[in-house]
Design a protein around this ligand. Structure first.
Ligand code: SF4
Ligand SMILES: [Zn+2]
Length: 117
């Protein structure tokens, strides 16, 4: 169950407003559109991916206290998987190309059989 960004009390996931402090949690009165809220004196844009890549053209940028499109750049950083290196990279490549390697093996055996006759 999510908590209210202002007062911290638990609220239901589909609540339009916090029943404790009245903070609006959904935009346009629609349960499917979350309205992200900045905490305290901070601004959402400071931690937003669209501010960082300069793709946001909302007029409230860079001082948005509420926003429907906010995307936490920290969550993206968690999703980035470091590239495989060394033995693991080779094992992964081998696994992904085993069909091609099998075909090359069959061709090589055929060529060897022709020349060894
Ligand atoms: S999407 Fe919202 S939070 Fe993100 S930069 Fe634009 S105005 Fe700021
Ligand atoms: Zn609240």
């Amino acid at each position: 169950m999510p908590s209210c960004p202002q007062c911290g009390n638990l609220v239901t996931a589909d609540a339009l407003k916090c029943p404790h402090c009245g903070t609006v949690l959904k935009a346009y009165g629609h349960q499917g559109i979350p309205l992200y809220q900045a905490k305290g004196a901070s601004y959402l844009c400071d931690r937003c991916l669209y501010h960082e890549d300069d793709s946001c053209n909302f007029p409230q940028r860079p001082y948005a206290k509420t926003c429907t499109l906010y995307s936490d750049r920290a969550s993206l950083e968690e999703d980035i998987v470091p590239p495989l290196t060394g033995t693991k990279a080779f094992q992964s490549w081998f696994r992904n190309n085993r069909g091609l390697l099998l075909l090359l093996g069959v061709i090589l055996m055929s060529v060897l059989l022709v020349f060894l006759r």
